[in-house]
Ligand binder design. Structure first.
Ligand code: GAL
Length: 823
């Protein structure tokens, strides 16, 4: 009887577990022996909110992906040693389960070094302050902590049965991140560490293969993978590893003071098609949804709060068109060719001048890819009895080697122009009503008081990075015995970052900051020192810690180098070095310590109404507002402000810095995608604030009640123009080549007007389309008006049956339409 029960129980266990065996060879991953083509996208869970996750993941699935990738962010989860946080948008297990529930696979890149434009590359700062620690090398203190955290994450996922072997969605796991790029300076110890990391990961026995990206010397127990804008030329270092592209950079990130990047959909599709044409088995968009660096999570330093990345889903979760749908069509086609791509017999043909063909034969099916890497001339390819024209820098896919189903340069989907729409909340006053209070600076700038004392200038990281702000304070006696006495004096300060505000004897004397990639600043300003004791108080403000490079953890943050009083007397210069003085340190700011941004702060009543000071540094502002109606994403317009933080109902939206403008030059009005992309091309936003708009996720807001906005303004600004808007599709420009279907969508609102429609050879970009030299005989505009106005979506096939015969002869015909959406 007992034996029967046990058999039954075992049977049940076997049937409830959809346990999957994940294996691989040089062609592909296999699940229970079945070959899989994997198309993945990065969504970093802390860069959105749990309420946004299901929608983002659904959109990723609808976009043709079958896998989601995320890093794991160690310093967010373990802010203090052995004190963990997995709540709210750090609820990693909830995120993984949301992906599972959508029926998608997961690539979990634990790192725990992640780079990712995340502060300190994801390492906790307390780790840096442990005795004897050295990062990313053969160092017991470091390796012990790394193993501890990696094991914790693996154990959590095992407990929730999330690994494929347990019937869960995690197919692939990553240890380290691009260590190979920086390994050399670590010497032999680096190599020992890298091998240790691989072995440690594998010993955790997840049943899912481990990868190491950009690791040419990866041991055979792990798979090395490629990161970049293109990975078609990549070959893994081990003959039995599949070809994996862990980071297909869908665009690029922004730094304060930078222009905004754009990577054309045609180029992204080209890179993806080339990758699968050349034997790729898994590619992952970095990012598919970039999202937002809330709070103090941005690293770099100088990385913006927005991490939009020009990804297929924009920062707010809207479809970034045409990138989203143009790649979706490609994904669906590639998936339909899964078998030939992963099992078929492969033949390559070199047509010369950058043109290549690849033929996959699988049983009765023969599929062809024809690519043209030439950046200026179209390729005229003769294959069997066909003549195929492949436009410059494009790939044509013919799943039956007869008919072109897709060409990466031919966009048959809409381009959406997103607009910011009025708040729309009922009874919302036209301007927000502000109260304010000054930051209390007296203890630092007048009294010079703090709790830490040292006779040296400290790296700002010594205090475990509990705040962006640290006061460096000292006093100096100047009398007639001093060589600087009677000279023209100035104060000179050197720092590695990031922003400095200097005060002498209670008076503000100036500020200075470095730039992204230029980490040092030298600050010098004339100061009237008085005889006797002088109080020097320097406020250093971090803009995220360094996240990349060999030994990046040793890079100092804050005031460092020197603090001198410089005396000038004609050509003679004398210097009084203050570095070895007695320094006093005070962490954070009074208002932050007392949580002025929180409705429960004990100071919540002490705000001043009436007169509103503007351009006043170190000032707190507060207002209330109603949430915009509806479900569209909400943004906060901070034009007019300098630099600081914004909180909505106590949630830190991230650092703001709208006064930091992009350079006037370096933007491309006409962006030609036909060449290897890098982040210096196709930029826009010259002369504008790098980031003016700040995302307020709906779940930070009360839909019906009163919401509170608090700003801490560090530089000085004017909040009177601050307002909330929603982000919606303003106009939709449809494009379809002959015989393709043109679909237009205002994403939930109706089409109110057709501004342009032409079938023939029209040209231009969305917003400035022009008719060409030939056109269908029927009135395209009225056809479109009839089919689309008043509807949320409409679709039409672009052909002469509908639009009438054209005089375009053999030249390729297409339909271009500009529709206006109700806002
Ligand atoms: C890669 C890195 C990513 C990210 C990316 C740039 O080198 O692995 O984490 O930083 O660069 O966005």
């Amino acid at each position: 009887m007992a034996a029967k029960a046990l058999t039954l129980l075992l049977l049940c266990l076997v049937t409830v577990c959809n346990c999957m065996e994940v294996t691989y060879d040089s062609r592909s991953f296999m699940i229970d022996g079945e070959r899989k083509l994997l198309i993945s996208g990065s969504i970093h869970y802390p860069r959105s909110t749990p309420e946004m996750w299901p929608d983002l993941i659904k959109k990723a699935k609808a976009g043709g992906l079958n896998m989601i990738e995320t890093y794991v962010f160690w310093n967010a989860h373990e802010p203090e040693q052995r004190k963990y946080d997995f709540t709210g948008n750090l609820d990693l297990m909830r995120f993984l389960k949301t992906v599972r529930d959508e029926g998608m696979y997961i690539m979990l890149r634990i790192g725990p070094y992640v780079c990712a434009e995340w502060t300190f590359g994801g390492f906790p700062v307390w780790l840096h302050n442990l005795d004897g620690v050295k990062f990313r090398t053969a160092n017991d203190v470091f390796m012990n902590e790394m193993q501890n955290f990696t094991t914790l994450i693996v154990d959590m996922a095992k407990k929730e049965k999330l690994f494929a072997r347990q019937g869960g969605p995690i197919l692939i796991t990553q240890i380290e991140n691009e260590f190979g790029n920086v390994e050399h300076p670590y010497g032999e110890a680096g190599k020992v560490y890298m091998n240790w990391a691989a072995n440690m990961a594998v010993s955790l026995d997840t049943g899912s293969p481990w990868i190491m990206c950009q690791q040419k010397d990866a041991p055979p127990i792990v798979i090395n993978t490629c990161n970049g804008w293109y990975c078609d030329d990549f070959t893994p270092n081990n003959a039995s590893s599949p070809k994996i592209w862990t980071e297909n950079w869908a665009g690029w990130f922004m730094s304060w003071g930078s222009v905004r990047p754009k990577r054309a959909a045609e180029d992204v599709a080209f890179a993806v098609a080339r990758f699968y044409q050349t034997g790729g088995s898994l590619q992952n968009y970095y990012m598919y949804h970039g999202g937002t660096n809330f709070g103090r999570t941005a690293g770099g330093p100088y990385i913006t709060t927005s991490y939009d990345y020009d990804a297929p889903l924009d920062e707010y979760g809207n479809l970034n068109e045409p990138k989203y749908s143009h790649t979706k069509q490609l994904h669906n086609l590639l998936m339909s060719m899964e078998k030939p791509l992963t099992e078929g017999k492969v033949t390559h043909i070199d047509f010369g001048n950058g043109a290549e063909g690849t033929v996959f034969v699988d049983g009765q099916t023969t599929s062809c890819f024809f690519s043209n890497k030439n950046t200026s001339s179209d390729a005229l390819i003769k294959y069997q009895d066909m003549n195929i024209t492949v436009p410059a820098w494009s790939v044509s896919i013919l799943p039956d080697c007869q008919t072109e189903a897709y060409n990466t340069a031919k966009v048959n989907t809409q381009t959406s122009v997103m607009v910011k729409r009025e708040n729309g909340a009922e009874n919302q006053p036209s301007a927000l009503k502000w109260s304010w209070r000054p930051e209390n600076l007296d203890v630092a700038v007048i009294q010079g008081k703090g709790s830490i004392h040292a006779s040296e200038i400290l790296d700002q990281k010594v205090l475990n990075d509990m705040s962006d702000y640290l006061w460096y304070m000292t006093s100096v006696d100047i009398d007639e015995k001093d060589p600087v006495w009677g000279t023209n004096m100035s104060i000179r300060i050197n720092g590695t970052g990031h922003v400095l505000h200097a005060y002498v004897n209670g008076e503000y004397v100036g500020s200075k900051w470095a730039k992204y990639d230029v980490h040092n600043y030298d600050f010098e300003t004339p100061v009237k020192f008085k005889p006797g004791r002088n109080q020097i108080s320097l406020l250093s403000a971090l803009v995220g810690l360094k996240n990349y490079g060999a030994f990046f953890d040793d890079y100092r943050a804050g005031v460092c180098g020197f603090v001198d009083i410089v005396g000038r007397n004609g050509d003679e210069i004398v210097t009084k070095d203050l570095a070895g003085h007695q320094w006093v340190y005070k962490n954070s700011l009074h208002g932050l310590d007392n949580q002025l941004y929180s409705q429960t702060s004990k100071f919540s009543a002490k705000w001043q109404l009436g007169y509103l000071p503007v351009n006043r540094s170190m000032t707190w502002y507060k207002t209330t507002f109603k949430a915009p109606l509806g479900k569209d994403p909400v943004v906060l317009d901070l034009l007019g402000l300098g630099k600081g933080y914004a909180w909505v109902n106590g949630n830190n939206l991230g650092r703001y810095w709208p006064s930091y403008l992009a350079p006037e030059d370096g933007c491309d009005d006409e962006c030609d995608y036909r060449a290897k992309y890098d982040a210096s091309q196709c930029n826009y936003g010259c002369g504008e604030p790098t980031q003016r708009w700040y995302h307020v996720p709906r779940d930070f807001l009360s839909a019906t009640g009163v919401n509170e906005l608090v700003l801490f303004e560090e530089f000085g600004g004017n909040p009177s123009q601050v307002n909330f808007k929603t982000v919606v599709v303003g106009s939709a420009c449809g494009s379809a080549y002959e015989h393709k279907t043109m679909e237009l969508s205002c994403q939930g609102r109706s089409i109110t007007q057709i501004k342009f429609a032409s079938f023939g050879n029209p040209m231009g970009t969305c917003g400035s389309f022009k008719k060409g030299t030939c056109e269908g005989s029927k009135d395209a505009l009225s056809i479109l008006q009839k089919a689309c106005i008043g509807k949320e979506t409409c679709s039409l096939v672009a052909n002469e049956n509908i639009f009438g015969p054209t005089s375009c002869a053999d030249s390729p015909k297409k339909l271009l339409v500009e529709a206006v959406c109700a806002i």
